[in-house]
Design a protein around this ligand. Sequence first.
Ligand code: FAD
Length: 318
Amino acid sequence: MTYDTIIIGAGPAGLSAALHLAFHQRSVLLIDRRTGPLPFTLTPLYNVPGFDHERGVDIIKRMEKQALSAGAKLERGNVVSVVGKAGEFSLQLENGNTYQAQTLLLATGVARYHPLVDGDYQPFLKYAAKGNTYYCPDCESPELLGKHIVVIGVGSATSAVAEALPLLEFASSIRLLLTGGTEIRPEYEEKRLKHNMDIIIGTISSIEGSRGQISALILADGTKVTADGFYISSPKFPRNQLALQLGLETTERGHIKTGWRGQTKLTSKPDGEWFEGVWAAGDVQPQTQQVSIATGSGNIAAVMIDQYLQKTKPRKLG
Ligand SMILES: Cc1cc2nc3c(=O)[nH]c(=O)nc-3n(C[C@H](O)[C@H](O)[C@H](O)COP(=O)(O)OP(=O)(O)OC[C@H]3O[C@@H](n4cnc5c(N)ncnc54)[C@H](O)[C@@H]3O)c2cc1C
């Protein structure tokens, strides 16, 4: 069977698009490998309209339930290749399964690095978004009100200072634990000193804590770092591999370049000439990374996909 639309990524962007398309009686397949943040977020989100202090995992479950009830299908798997053109796209999963679609929506999000514990990122997953760790300044800063915070710099030290500065509006104090780069650009070093942000340099060898709540980080030299909360400053990489396979243009930081309705363009084509049949939505676009923005962009892309299909494949349902 050839689906009207295959959506790669069942985060807020993909699920919002699937809901709109399935409600409009389009055949929609979501394919997702479950590496987005929300299924693992056990802390509440405070800025998602309609979800009052609900945990990330519960929000995504409800969005998924709603899209599937409307008629969308969901396949768990990792899409490793995509080829084709409007009307005849073909996707292959890691397990060898292949699927065909008239149109595609790329809603693959961004990948983040977690701090390493004794050289391995996995021990940190017990705490990531489970208690007193924070990742998103635009979403979570108010949660730091009155708290003593350690910003863990996983990548560049300059980025750690840049991300720490706006947190100062809420936090009582901020220290930086630099586990990656240690060089800070002079203009940021000046700001760090102005705001009395002390620096600790070291690598984490173990974590003390329970039920997702970190009580102390133990560094390789034996130093014990305690705080009320730990903000993670880490590099983010748009998951753009499939876009690159299709020849889509990306920004300097690797986000898929889109029009405001999620239209994509080929690197080989001039500006304003959109690539027929492929849209992108959510964090993989160059935009602020928030649930409501992702769902909004998924919705507008779905409206555009439906309007496109009205021309190529009218429903004649009435
Ligand atoms: C710890 C944390 C806390 C946050 N808190 C908030 C908050 O309080 N409020 C707020 O508004 N936002 C918050 N955010 C941001 C919010 O979670 C994201 O903006 C949102 O999830 C983006 O949705 P998305 O659908 O674009 O991408 P994602 O949610 O990342 O979903 C993308 C999906 O695509 C799948 N995928 C990618 N590539 C493939 C492939 N090749 N094959 C199959 N599947 C694939 C992934 O597995 C993933 O499930 C937080 C983020 C983090 C990390």
